[in-house]
Design a binder for this molecule. Structure first.
Ligand code: 5GP
Ligand code: ZN
Length: 114
């Protein structure tokens, strides 16, 4: 089966502007930013969506949140704050079927759904 868009980014087959990388996690700028700072954080393991997260992924998901907080400090938007969004499935508006965490920052993010 063909790799998904984000697996291609992980493999370097699609270029991206990387913000963070280790053996398990990659963070890169969103191609169509919805805020001055819009970073996607993904596990290198191809997990289709939040619904596919298994018990064995619990440590990895915790690590992703720690990396988000590290990026916030490094990029200096920790003090002003930010928003983390995970879209899941059709009604959630998920377009790329590889689990990803949107980080939005750099301005008051305005309208809140909740
Ligand atoms: P979703 O709607 O699935 O939650 O978010 C997918 C996100 O991936 C969108 O914000 C979209 O702009 C971003 N995206 C889709 N294709 C690419 C790509 O090839 N490169 C980068 N950097 N971002 C992408
Ligand atoms: Zn993938």
């Amino acid at each position: 089966m063909e790799d998904c868009t984000f697996c291609k980014i992980i493999k370097g087959e699609i270029p991206s502007t990387k913000v963070y990388e280790d053996d398990e996690v990659l963070a890169f700028n969103d191609i169509n930013p919805a805020a001055p700072i819009h970073i996607l954080v993904i596990p290198k393991k191809h997990i289709k969506s939040l619904l596919e997260v298994d018990k064995e992924d619990e440590r990895l998901i915790g690590k992703i949140y720690r990396i988000i907080n590290q990026i916030a400090e490094e990029k200096k938007f920790d003090k002003n704050g930010f928003r983390v969004i995970v879209n899941c499935g059709k009604d959630g508006g998920q377009e790329v079927e590889h689990l990803h965490f949107h980080i939005l920052a750099g301005k008051p993010l305005g309208e809140k759904i909740i």
